[in-house]
Design a protein around this ligand. Structure first.
Ligand code: ADP
Ligand code: MG
Length: 276
């Protein structure tokens, strides 16, 4: 079935974990690239004031003319923030440092948890109306390392949450709060929100600890954990400083292969969910 026949519809995944350094941004960039490469036009929305996804996709700070801050502050449509990247089929809505100041500015707005959802719905509507390119298939929201209003906006706008968990000691630390936040959003803002899956990142097959952590995470999350594990790979860590996703920087690396495999697994999971 041609998935585009559904006309303008797309999947929104919030890449979230309030722990910093677990691979959220790396996953948003590289999963986005892998999805784009297998003919799924993808938009990465940078929702972290640090702007690492924007830098990693090659957009320097000085060139972020319209940002996710402008979108959430109601000054611009998501379409206006969207720029092409050097990867065909991959688009970016960049962030700037302004985003760090958004929370107090919107704290008295009653619908402040829905600003991103509304922006995404407008994009969806205009995609349906125009029927023109690009027809986005996936939206990946790169969340900040906090369970703040930005992450809540991402979850309120999302179909599901993708949780990167780093294969290290204390991997599950904070997971209860993350699950509580997902439950809160589901019960109050977005009843159909679910966890799409949990991706184990920075897995080092040479260490016993990595395997112990992987089985601990599988015990906790069961079959929510993707079969694909992202290996710790120096090429993955180097790529952002060149403003490139790993698939452009070193296509043959273990990291590239893993993100391609993850993209395929995500699509498979959705197809079996929709066939069920
Ligand atoms: P987060 O967005 O959750 O804070 P990042 O994606 O920025 O985490 O990753 C944290 C650090 O770990 C970055 O320096 C990144 O380059 C590095 N990193 C992420 N994934 C890998 C990997 N698979 N192999 C090696 N380094 C990685
Ligand atoms: Mg990040």
């Amino acid at each position: 079935m041609d998935k585009r026949s559904s006309g303008g519809d797309f999947h929104v995944l919030a890449v979230a974990n309030q722990k910093g350094g677990v691979g959220k941004t790396t996953t948003a960039i590289n999963l986005g690239t892998a999805l784009a490469a297998i003919d799924q036009p993808t938009l990465v929305i940078d929702l972290d004031a640090q702007g690492n996804a924007s830098t990693g996709l090659g957009l320097p700070e000085g060139e972020r003319n319209v940002s996710t801050y402008d979108v959430l502050a109601g000054a611009a449509a998501l379409e206006q923030a969207m720029v092409e990247t050097s990867i065909p089929n991959l688009y970016l809505a960049p962030s700037t440092r302004d985003l760090a100041g958004l929370e107090p500015e919107i704290s008295s707005a009653p619908n402040r948890a829905y600003f991103l959802r509304d922006a995404i719905m407008s994009l969806k509507a205009s995609q349906e109306e125009r029927g023109s390119e690009p027809q986005i298939r996936y939206v990946l929201v790169d969340c900040p390392p906090s369970l703040n209003i930005l992450t809540v906006n991402a979850m309120a706008a999302a179909d599901s949450v993708l949780v990167p968990v780093q294969c290290e000691f204390f991997a599950l630390e904070g997971i209860t709060q993350l699950k509580d936040t997902i439950d809160f959003v589901r019960s109050s803002l977005n009843p159909s929100l679910e966890i799409h899956g949990v991706v184990l990142t920075m897995h080092d097959p040479r260490t016993k600890l990595a395997d112990e952590v992987a089985s601990e995470v599988r015990n906790f999350f069961g079959d929510k954990v993707y079969n694909t594990m992202i290996p710790r790979n120096v090429r993955v860590a180097e790529a952002p400083s060149h403003g490139k996703p790993i698939l452009l920087y070193d296509q043959k690396s273990a990291g590239s292969k893993a993100y391609i495999q993850l993209a395929a697994e995500i699509i498979d999971r959705e197809q079996s969910a929709s066939a069920a």
